[in-house]
Design a protein around this ligand. Sequence first.
Ligand code: TXA
Ligand code: MG
Length: 330
Amino acid sequence: MKPIMEQSYRETLRIIPASDQAIAEAARALSAGELVAFPTETVYGLGANALDGEAVAAIFATKGRPRFNPLIVHLADAEAVSPHALLDDAAKRLAAAFWPGPLSLVLPKRPESGISPLVSAGLETIAFRVPAHPVAHALLATCGLPVAAPSANRSGRISPTSAEDVAAELGDAPVLILDGGGCPVGLESTVVRVMDGRAELLRAGGTPREEIEAVLGQRLASPTPIGTAPASPGQLASHYAPNARLRLNATAPREDEAWLAFGPDAPENAGPSFNLSPSGDLKEAAANLFSALRRLDETGTPTIAVMPIPDHGLGEAINDRLARAAADRP
Ligand code: TXA
Ligand code: MG
């Protein structure tokens, strides 16, 4: 077999199983300013060295992402945050309780942090996350760099939860894709801003609000309602958009609709259909959501009808993504 170094992923996008050798090569690519797509427990990320402004600019170009939408910086462990940002007592408690895991903390930036200002879109804060996925962890530990990584989809589209879905999103962009299989959580991290003695939920996600509130001993301020000016620049109304229209809170499918069902009592559909969790488990539904939307969208259906999903636990994030996928496109 040819060594990976000789393979030409620099010219075309490549999927490589995440062996130790491939992870070492991906770490070298990050150090050299190249882009690497890698699995995390939430979704696949499109990573670049956060200290390298040109590499970070390539993320925005590859995704077609607006420059005002800041990126999350991924680190191998919680200690690596301190040179870059200030953690108050609440931030320390959240980091201790949920890292590694699907939580991002938006924190005040230290002026001496070498992280490129492009990462945080010029804001005084930066979002950090310590992922739990073993491939993400090995990559971060091997390169020893802070890695800026948005979800590895084209801007505005559904986040990828498999290496094949990354490849479908990024086309022929020069990106090495580490294949680590499916993403067990399936929804992006929960984003919480912790500063000035306050903790606010900016994006519902893979860590349920209730668990965060239990650790803080107080309620989190609610995320910005869809359609109003977002506190988190990425929280635009239309996002996660399939080509099909979505019809939410449907009790039964209509003719010519694809059917996204939930729970044991779901009606059948003659056409394409997928049950997010036949047993009614929100964790299973979250893990299946994005790939189910992609698979139903690939049938070319004009409309995907979606059953109501309970709004507690991971249901809050599932309903957030569905509402954005259903929102009017700009
Ligand atoms: O699970 C995840 O979070 C995935 C994986 C790859 O880690 N990443 C991800 O990144 O979802 P992205 O770029 O698709 O979403 C980042 C979100 C956006 O809504 C962005 O606006 C917000 O985090 N964000 C980042 N930095 C921020 C900051 N300084 N202040 C407020 N919001 C911020
Ligand atoms: Mg995203």
